[in-house]
Design a protein around this ligand. Structure first.
Ligand SMILES: [Zn+2]
Length: 375
């Protein structure tokens, strides 16, 4: 049996990016409640782990000290001198009360996930609050202040492990790529909407790593409007063969949900049907697996997709009907369909053929380039 851990705390709900910000921390509570209502936290091989804050010294294993000092100062909710220099301020990365505590809690949970996996206590650990993949060494970016993923991977690398990182968020996993761009110990793979159309404007197929890291950064940019069929095709063409060849000790994944058709920030047209196929495949190819959350700005998509992902991690079959008690409480939050699985959606016509040709071109480029590096 697969042993799993779900890492969470009600304390996440203490924090708030502000009423007009698209990043809603309330989606975590919503997900936790949907998972509980399906009985998925009382399975025999599942543990619930209360998330704990990371310490400053753990944050400093990656982030620059002056930046961490700025985050600490901004924790009071008041803008600090020079904040703009660190990416902090009105807009994507607002200064809100407790922003550093929030970041330490998210990072602590990812470190707990990595430690539980590394010592062999569980096979899969899921931190739905984690996956803040845009944070840079000395700059907040894309709603991310501290890069919990990089810090958790670093905690494993120091024990000599090899890590495969798979990022399925609609946005390029630029912060994680940047951290390991010259390393051959971490294979980073990001499948995302092309940077021609979307923040952060990077993640093109020719970004393949540098020096020792050449061939160990992989980017699969997808055309806007890509659907489940193209997602699953591109993923299966590229990801499993590379991961099998690389032979990681541990897989990390960022399971962002913002590539779905109803997401307000992106232009992809995935549903949770394609998403579930990808999550199943990640499970199949991962010897051990640290699963993290990520983007997702339609909060019903987030709750449904991460509940389905958690069910897959636990080999649990769940009914398509969302439990009545959950619906009663959360009907107003947009669960009109009463079903957890989305209706299938497939693009057709000329636009689809153009997208297919583009995805095939990118897959061909990656196959050819990475065959040359020969790892
Ligand atoms: Zn995203």
């Amino acid at each position: 049996m697969t042993k799993t851990a779900f890492i969470y705390t009600d304390l996440f709900s203490k924090f708030d990016y502000g009423p007009t910000h698209p990043f809603k921390i309330s989606r975590l509570k919503l997900t936790h409640e949907l998972i509980k209502s399906y009985g998925l936290l009382s399975l025999p091989d599942t543990q619930f782990i209360e998330a704990q804050m990371a310490e400053d010294k753990e944050i400093l294993t990656y982030h620059d000290r002056a930046y961490v000092e700025a985050l600490k100062a901004a924790n009071a909710g008041i803008e600090v001198p020079g904040a703009y220099h660190y990416g902090l301020g009105p807009g994507d990365n607002p200064v809100f009360k407790g922003l550093y505590d929030w970041s330490k809690l998210v990072t602590g949970a990812s470190l707990q996930a990595a430690a539980l996996i590394d010592c062999g206590e569980v096979d899969i650990a899921f931190n739905i609050a984690g996956g803040l993949h845009h944070a840079m060494v000395s700059r907040a970016s894309g709603f991310c202040y501290v890069n919990d993923i990089v810090i958790a991977i670093l905690s494993i690398l120091k024990k000599g492990r090899r890590v495969a990182y798979i990022d399925i968020d609609a946005h390029h996993g630029d912060g994680v790529q940047e951290a390991f761009y010259t390393s051959d110990k971490v294979l980073t793979i990001s499948i995302h909407e092309t940077g021609r159309m979307l923040f952060p404007g990077t993640g093109f197929e020719n970004e393949i790593g540098k020096d020792n890291g050449e061939g160990y950064s992989v980017n699969i940019p997808m055309p806007p409007h890509s659907d489940d069929e193209l997602l699953v095709y591109a993923f299966n063409e590229i990801v499993p063969p590379l991961v099998e060849k690389f032979k990681p000790d541990i897989t990390f994944s960022q399971l962002g949900v913002d590539g779905f058709y109803s997401d307000p920030l992106t232009h992809l047209n995935y549903t949770n049907n394609g998403y579930c196929e990808i999550v199943k495949k990640i499970k199949e190819i991962s010897p051990k697996w640290v699963a993290l959350g990520g983007g997702g700005y339609d909060i019903t998509n987030v709750a449904k997709a991460w509940t389905l992902a958690w069910a897959i991690m636990n080999d649990a079959e769940i009914p398509d009907e969302i439990p009545e008690n959950f619906l009663k409480e959360h009907f107003q939050e947009g669960f009109e369909s009463r079903k957890i699985k989305d209706e299938p959606y497939i693009e057709k016509g000329k636009r689809k053929e153009q997208m297919r040709a583009e995805v095939e071109r990118v897959a061909g480029f990656i196959r050819e380039k990475l065959a040359l590096t020969g790892y």
